[in-house]
Design a protein around this ligand. Sequence first.
Ligand SMILES: Cc1cc2nc3c(=O)[nH]c(=O)nc-3n(C[C@H](O)[C@H](O)[C@H](O)COP(=O)(O)O)c2cc1C
Length: 211
Amino acid sequence: MHVAPGLKVLYFGTPVVLVSTRNEDGSANLAPISSAWWLGQYCMIGMGGSARTTQNLLRERECVLNLPSSAMVDVVDRIALTTGSPEIREYRQKQGYRYEPEKFKLAELTEQPSELVSPPRAAECPVQLECRLVDAHPLGTDANGEKGFATAFQLEVLRAHVEEELVIPGTHYVDPVGWDPLIMKFCEFFGGGENIHPSRLAQGWQMPHDL
Ligand SMILES: Cc1cc2nc3c(=O)[nH]c(=O)nc-3n(C[C@H](O)[C@H](O)[C@H](O)COP(=O)(O)O)c2cc1C
């Protein structure tokens, strides 16, 4: 029997991506997201209007999608509930967000120069995708009924860097057994199908989970 409980959250499970962009002053920003899917050499990501990354992407039109493995969950959780934006809206303050201009440092990740775009790669991430912005579309409506509570960014992957041991020798393919992505499911962290770490994001959202 199905029920229709009026689900408040529809995050059924997607990989975590650390998006690096350039701020206006040239410094790097890094944002954990999980609204991401790929088709061919293109990727769609979804970013809320309050994120610094949204402003950076619209202005600079470049980013790197850094994919952490499940073993890097503590790195991701360390920068959860932080923003590179000095202005923080009230609802985000209530969730526990704070301003953090040096997210690479807080995450203990190393900035690695990219080859084709300006934002740096996160050296420790096994997969790094250098991207250019193709298009940006408003997504949904905000609390006042205005178009776009978030933006759907269409990105083209210009160059994919992959940790050598994850590539099937002699091919152009990733070993699906070797690659264990960090998955965000209903604001909680999963790797290999198991819940692997407490999640600040889930706490900020007051998710009713008993993990
Ligand atoms: C695991 C995880 C997944 C997240 N997924 C998204 C997402 O898909 N889209 C989004 O806009 N924010 C997402 N967030 C929240 C962003 O990290 C947040 O908006 C943050 O402000 C982005 O950083 P920035 O403001 O410096 O760009 C996620 C956070 C975490 C920890």
